[in-house]
Design a protein around this ligand. Structure first.
Ligand code: FMN
Length: 369
C-alpha cells in the first residue's frame, strides 16, 4: 500500500479528530466565477469541487473564500462574509461528503492585493490586469501599511479599530463555515495577502504594536488564529497556509515560518500547508517539488501536525517520495488537478493500489483503473 493512500488523522483540541481517506489534498484555487459579483458560490463551484471529490481527493479545499467584500482578490471571488453565501456552500459541502472526501474552506482576506481583475483569459486579452479601475468598480483596500505590492493601488494603513474589526470578521466567517458543514477551516496566511502582509517586513512598516519586531508582526496572525480557533468548533481541525519564504533578503524567511508555526500549533492549528512568495519579484527556486523543503522544515518544528507540501507535485511517484522521505504528511495538488479531476484515483492505480482501494466514484467503476 502506498503511503499516499494511507488514511491520516488530523488532531483537534477536543474529540476524536478528523480522518482523511488518503493524503491527497485539492489545493485552494480561485475560480473567478461569481459573475453576479455577490460572492455566492453556485453550480460551477459544485461541479468543480464535486468532480474532484469524486476523483478521489481526501480533502477538498474551496478557493480563497473572502471574509469581507473588501477582502476579495477579484470581484468574481466566492465569499463567506454573509449568511446567503454560507447557505450556498452547504449543498456543495454535502456533495463533497457524499463522495467520501472531507471539505475544507480557505478563509481569505487579500488586504492590499484586493480589488484586482479576475485572472481569466478574456480579462487578460482585454489587458485588464492588476487593480480594477474605478470605472470598472474597483474599491479601496486595506493593509498593515500603505506599501504598494506589484504596482497595485496602495492600500490604506489599517487603524487599530480596523484591525480589531478585521479579527472579528475572520471569526464570523469561521462560524458561517461551520454552519455550512465544512470539516476544516484554513487561514490563508500566504501569497502576499493580508495576514502575510502583516508577517512580512517587506509590507509591514508599522511602528505600533503590530509592526517592527517578530512578536509585533505576528500579532495580527496570532489574534486571527485565536479568534478563529475560539469560533471554530474544538472538534474540527484548524489549518493555515503560509508562504514559507518571501525569497527576499530582509523579508519573511523560512526560519520565521518555523518559529511561528510552533506558536500557531500551540494556539490550536493542527494542519500546515507550505507555499511561498507573493510579495515582490520572485527570486525563489523552481522545478518539481520546489517548495517541499519548506514543508520539511515545518514538519520538523511541529511533528504532531498534518503538514502538506505543494507546488509542482504532478507525478504520483514524486508525491509518494515526498511522504516516504518524511518531508510531509500529505500533498496539495493544484494545476495537475485542473487538468485531471481524477488525479488521486489515477495516482492510486499507478502506485499499485488494489482495485478496492482506488478512490473512484462507483459510477466510474467501468473505467480501466
Ligand atoms: C487557477 C489557480 C488559482 C489559485 N488560487 C489560489 C487560492 O485561491 N488560494 C491559494 O492559497 N492559492 C491559490 N493558488 C495556488 C495553488 O493553490 C497552488 O499553491 C499552486 O498552483 C502551486 O501548486 P501546483 O503546482 O500543484 O499548481 C491558485 C493556483 C491556480 C493555478
Amino acid at each position: 500500500m502506498s503511503k499516499l493512500f494511507t488514511p491520516v488523522h488530523l488532531a483537534v483540541p477536543e474529540g476524536p479528530g478528523l480522518t482523511l481517506r488518503n493524503r491527497t489534498v485539492l489545493a485552494p484555487m480561485c475560480q473567478y466565477s461569481v459573475t453576479t459579483l455577490d460572492g455566492v458560490p453556485h453550480a460551477w463551484h459544485l461541479a468543480h469541487l464535486g468532480a474532484r471529490a469524486a476523483g478521489g481527493f481526501g480533502l477538498v479545499f474551496t478557493e480563497a473564500a473572502a471574509i469581507t467584500a473588501q477582502g476579495r482578490i477579484s470581484d468574481q471571488d466566492a465569499g463567506i462574509w454573509n449568511d446567503a453565501q454560507g447557505r450556498a456552500w452547504s449543498p456543495i459541502v454535502d456533495f463533497i461528503h457524499s463522495q467520501g472526501a472531507a471539505a475544507g474552506i480557505q478563509l481569505a482576506h487579500a488586504g492590499g492585493k484586493a480589488s484586482t481583475y479576475a485572472w481569466l483569459p478574456q480579462q487578460v486579452a482585454e489587458h485588464k490586469i492588476g487593480s480594477i479601475s474605478a470605472t470598472d468598480g474597483g474599491w479601496e483596500t486595506l493593509g498593515p501599511a500603505e506599501t504598494e505590492i506589484f504596482g497595485l493601488t496602495s492600500p490604506w494603513s489599517m487603524t487599530l479599530e480596523q484591525i480589531a474589526a478585521s479579527v472579528q470578521d475572520w471569526a464570523d466567517a469561521a462560524l458561517r463555515a461551520d454552519a455550512a458543514g465544512f470539516d476544516v477551516a484554513q487561514i490563508h496566511a500566504a501569497h502576499g495577502y493580508l495576514v502575510h502582509q502583516f508577517l512580512s517586513p517587506l509590507t509591514n512598516t508599522r511602528t505600533d504594536a503590530y509592526g517592527g519586531s517578530f512578536e509585533n508582526r505576528t500579532r495580527y496572525a496570532r489574534e486571527v488564529i485565536t479568534a478563529v480557533r475560539a469560533a471554530w468548533p474544538a472538534h474540527k481541525p484548524l489549518a493555515i497556509r503560509f508562504s514559507g519564504d518571501d525569497w527576499v533578503e530582509g523579508g519573511w524567511r523560512i526560519a520565521d515560518t518555523v518559529r511561528f508555526a510552533a506558536e500557531a500549533f500551540e494556539l490550536g492549528v493542527s494542519a500546515f500547508d507550505l507555499s511561498s512568495a507573493g510579495i515582490g519579484k520572485y527570486h525563489g527556486p523552481s522545478g518539481p517539488g520546489f517548495q517541499v523543503p519548506l514543508a520539511a522544515a515545518v514538519k520538523q518544528a511541529v511533528p504532531d501536525a498534518f503538514v502538506t507540501a505543494v507546488g509542482m507535485i504532478n507525478d504520483p511517484s514524486q508525491a509518494e517520495q515526498v511522504l516516504v522521505t518524511g518531508s510531509a504528511d500529505g500533498v496539495s495538488i493544484g494545476r495537475a488537478a485542473l487538468k485531471n479531476p481524477n488525479w488521486p484515483a489515477v495516482a492510486a492505480s499507478e502506485l499499485g493500489a488494489s482495485r478496492d482501494d482506488i478512490p473512484f466514484a462507483a459510477q466510474y467503476w467501468r473505467a480501466h483503473w
